[in-house]
Design a protein around this ligand. Structure first.
Ligand SMILES: Nc1ncnc2c1ncn2[C@@H]1O[C@H](COP(=O)(O)OP(=O)(O)OP(=O)(O)O)[C@@H](O)[C@H]1O
Length: 262
């Protein structure tokens, strides 16, 4: 379980997150939606102490995160970042096995069991064919999948994803989110992901946090929060819903965006 109480964060004197309170239980896939600059990445970074909140607290399974060591946090919380810069020219399998570092002794090398976990994570995402490739010579989308495999191999109880479908094609967006949802169900993982596409969020999320100007506008079960009214208020775009069956809806702007008369 992951929760925040009155969490706030400022870059210098500029407040970016204000009075953030929520709880995500284990086995739940929570998506954070919001406009560019609304504070999604800042929130994700406060949830694993890459950034230190300037106010309030983050709790992991009822433990205040400030009471946990860096290693304990690394064992409990995995992160798939938004940016994935080129690193040393490691093979993909070696990048994935790095996830096992918090579980190894100081300067200890990964064991066969660690490689098995890394291989299984790549197989789970249908990416085992990348195992021997140079991480710097695969595509941005392939790197995204490899970094998700690394987070899976970390076997942490909480997973944070910053825009996981960035760089992914239509097929991989669907398969990656299906894999994340399945992982959440089968391992009782607590997952928080920032995303930009309200339609993908409404197809896959259990619950939604709508973040506007650094504050929570709405938080609750997907079906309850994802309404045209709430989405209009979040994105400042008049939105309509088209039923697509199975109690799902597709959200579209009421007017064609950027249309020209010519
Ligand atoms: N290192 C920084 N120093 C100062 N201000 C920052 C820094 N990083 C982000 N900001 C500002 O904080 C605000 C929130 O940024 P953040 O990256 O959290 O938003 P976001 O919702 O993730 O945006 P996007 O959807 O564009 O990725 C923005 O106004 C941004 O300009």
């Amino acid at each position: 379980m992951l929760s925040c109480r009155q969490l706030g964060f400022s870059y210098g004197a500029v407040p970016v997150l204000k009075d953030i309170c929520f709880t995500v239980e284990k086995g739940r896939f929570c998506v954070v939606l919001g406009r560019n600059g609304s504070g999604k990445t800042t929130l994700i970074h406060c949830l694993n102490r890459i950034l230190h909140p300037t106010q309030g607290q983050v709790f992991i399974n009822d433990k205040d995160m400030t009471s946990l060591s860096r290693n304990e946090i690394a064992r409990t919380v995995s992160l798939v970042p938004q940016e994935h810069m080129e690193i040393f020219p490691f093979r993909v399998i070696d990048v994935v096995v790095m996830a096992r570092a918090p579980f190894l002794g100081t300067a200890a090398a990964p064991k066969p069991g660690d490689y098995k976990m890394a291989e299984d994570a790549l197989k789970q995402l249908h990416a085992f064919h990348l195992a021997d490739k140079n991480f710097n010579r695969i595509s941005g989308g392939e790197r995204q999948i490899v970094l998700l495999a690394r987070a899976i191999a970390q076997n942490a109880r909480i997973m944070l994803l910053d825009e996981p479908t960035n760089h992914l094609d239509f097929n991989n967006q669907y398969h990656l989110l299906s894999a994340i949802k399945e992982l959440c169900r089968s391992t009782d993982l607590c997952i928080v992901a920032s995303m930009h596409d309200p339609n993908l969020a409404s197809l896959f999320a259990d619950e939604i946090i709508m973040l506007k100007n650094g504050r929570i506008l709405y938080h609750g079960p997907n079906q309850k929060v994802m309404t045209p009214q709430n989405i209009s208020a979040l994105y400042d775009v008049d939105t309509r819903a088209i039923p697509i069956g199975d109690r799902k809806q597709l959200f579209l702007p009421k007017q064609k965006m950027g249309s020209s008369d010519t």
